[in-house]
Design a protein around this ligand. Sequence first.
Ligand SMILES: *Cc1c(COP(=O)(O)O)cnc(C)c1O
Length: 386
Amino acid sequence: MTEQNQPATQAITSGRGASGSSLAPALWASTVWESESLVDARRRATGTRAAEFYSRYGNPTVRSFEEAVATLEGAEDAIAFGSGMGAVASVVLSMCSAGDHIVAQRQLYAGTLAFLQGPCARFGIETTFVDGHVPGAFAEAVRPGKTMLVLAETPSNPRLDLVDLDELGALRGPVTVVDSTLATPLGQRPLDHGVHLVLHSATKGIAGHNDATLGVVAGEKDYIDAIWSYSVLHGATPSPYDALNGLRGIRTLSVRTTHQADSALFIADSLLDHPAVTAVHYPGLPSHPQSDLAKRQMRHGGTLVAIELAGGQPAAERFLTSVQLLHRATSLGGPETLVCHPATTTHASLTPDEAAHVGVTAGMLRISIGLEEPTDVLRDILRALG
Ligand SMILES: *Cc1c(COP(=O)(O)O)cnc(C)c1O
């Protein structure tokens, strides 16, 4: 029944397993459940993902959130974490050991990049970085028998370059993982392209209200169970309160992302010919260098727009001090439109060479389009540009 429904409907019908006849999900705050007998206690303590044992192992509210994400991603199963980075760290450390090799794109979330370059390198896990939007780049860097993981992010931050999901799904050997945070589960479905695992910072668009810190990974049950076996010890466990907010966010995800993507396209298009703007990056624009790929693998162009200002950093600073409606903040996917200057915030730790590779320029601003009336957002942007 649910399988035949459209994604927007699945966002409403999914994840109701632990709620009984209640329409709103039940909040299971308990950290511990009682056992009837020694046999029962043993079953709970030794089983994979025991539902009612101890909340680091599993929690019914969290489970409902996981089931909803699995449904939307077309996955067998999903597992939630206390943050997007909790998801990234658990996937990498459950799949890789000292001496193993990872291929990852350079255009990664700064925290993921720092995790690969710092702790992973220290543990003897080596990463080769490639340009994710260049055809064949991942395949070329794979070392047969040595590369355990291929890690991609699309659309990527902040320039909104895309990775070809079909190309990634065709790789044989390593486990392929896509961080799909910027698209949300309603914007694209990496698993449909043959990718093994899809990952989200649900802190962003999924929870969608800047009030939950949450991560999630979806894919085949065998992979998810293997990740659980590691992560139950790693302990990046999600709070049931955050899972509740994640599930509430999923209920409105379709209307929110539809509004945000329409608004983003309107704003991106309106800025194309502005004399103070030298570049507008938005996958939904016909002028985006990968516009055909965007049409093939994305349901809409996403909720983020990046622009580059002719006046460089001084112009970006002037813009940030002039905005009235837009908020100066770095996150994304929430109700408020946010603007950040990647060169001095999210991407401040990059070397000039790395910044050039990922396309971060001194005059670049990343705008996360919120739920305000698009004309009001545009008016504030035009005022700040003028
Ligand atoms: C925010 C973000 C993360 C990290 O998620 P947290 O919830 O902040 O830990 C990972 N990937 C992408 C693309 C993100 O935007």
